[in-house]
Design a protein. Structure first.
Length: 336
């Protein structure tokens, strides 16, 4: 969808036309071709690079999402299930996170996508300034002032933590904190029991001159460490469970049976390898991937992603070598 070159608009138009032709050649209804090409033709008011994934059926568009990644070769597919492997790979690389810049007066809490420089939302919390800037000297009044000032700092930290908590509740699982060390520590303490990874950045703050470059570098490092740590944790979980033969399934067929039992918590998938494997719904009674022909072979990547979507399981892309040589594996909630 990118228009960041002189011929960008023309190239976009050619890609849309080619996508429509490929859909028609694969047997898609005229109405589907029309609605897909119409949606793909709409301009995306987003910074380049930008790619659009559209899923549609005879009822219209059922999924439409932008990711900030350049795709040189568009993928067009018509069949019983959507081909979402490319989108899964792109979406997984895009980490949604909170950046909170805090000091004694409160903080700015912004939600970012790792591939977009501008925040998707931004709010301020706290803001109470009583006793923060005045500087009394001597006597018992100074002690009383210090106590009241610390109470103000604490209330501002509480306000920032409450705002971060609200964002975490919406599904964000990574929080980056930067700013005044004491205020950062107060906010961090209040977030200890949250279902999110909290990382303290050593650079950046609300009023730090020239801090943008150092802050951006600190954010990049934190995102990389988070991604590597997350993959290593899953790899070790899989390795341990394979060694114990417990709470794990490998291979498309066994994973399909685990989906039938509602056991799959996280699907680990090598899309390219899984695409070479076929699944028949009739071989796994109760395997729910929607209204598809039970006797038509389905690419395993499409079938397993569909089952994950219908059951709320997580999907993580990993290379086959990390999956014990299998095209897919699943971490289960429990054993039989």
């Amino acid at each position: 969808m990118s228009h960041d070159s002189e011929s960008g608009a023309h190239e976009h138009e050619l890609r849309v036309r080619a996508a429509g032709e490929q859909l028609a050649e694969q047997g898609a209804d005229d109405a589907v071709v029309e609605v897909v090409t119409a949606r793909l033709s709409e301009p995306a008011d987003e910074p380049a690079p930008v790619t659009r994934t559209v899923v549609a059926n005879t009822g219209g568009v059922v999924f439409d999402e932008l990711v900030h990644e350049r795709i040189d070769q568009p993928v067009v597919h018509w069949g019983p299930l959507p081909d979402l492997s490319r989108w899964v790979e792109s979406a997984e690389r895009n980490i949604r996170f909170v950046l909170a810049l805090v000091d004694h007066e409160g903080g700015d809490v912004a939600v970012y996508q790792s591939d977009v420089p501008e925040p998707e939302s931004e709010t301020s919390a706290g803001g109470e300034t009583t006793h923060v800037h005045k500087v009394p000297v001597g006597g018992w009044s100074a002690l009383r002032y210090q106590h009241e000032t610390e109470n103000v700092w604490s209330r501002n930290a509480d306000a920032v933590a409450d705002e971060i908590d609200r964002v975490i509740t919406s599904g964000v699982r990574l929080v980056l904190l930067a700013g005044d060390p004491r205020s950062v520590a107060q906010v961090e303490e209040r977030l200890k029991n949250e279902r999110a990874t909290v990382v303290r950045l050593e650079s950046g703050g609300r009023a730090e001159d020239g801090g943008d470059e150092a802050q951006q570098q600190a954010i990049r490092e934190a995102l990389l460490e988070y991604t590597v740590a997350r993959r290593l944790e899953l790899h070790h979980q899989l390795k341990d469970r394979l060694g114990q033969g417990s709470a794990v399934a490998t291979g498309a067929g066994d994973i399909a049976d685990a989906f039938v039992k509602g056991q799959v918590d996280t699907l680990l998938l090598d899309p390219g390898a899984a695409r070479e494997v076929e699944l028949l719904v009739r071989d796994h009674p109760g395997f729910d991937v929607g209204a598809v022909p039970e006797d038509q072979p389905l690419p395993a990547d499409q079938a397993l992603v569909a089952a994950a979507a219908r059951t709320g399981a997580n999907v993580v892309v990993m290379p086959r070598a990390s999956l014990g040589g299998a095209p897919a594996a699943a971490l289960l909630r429990w054993n039989d």
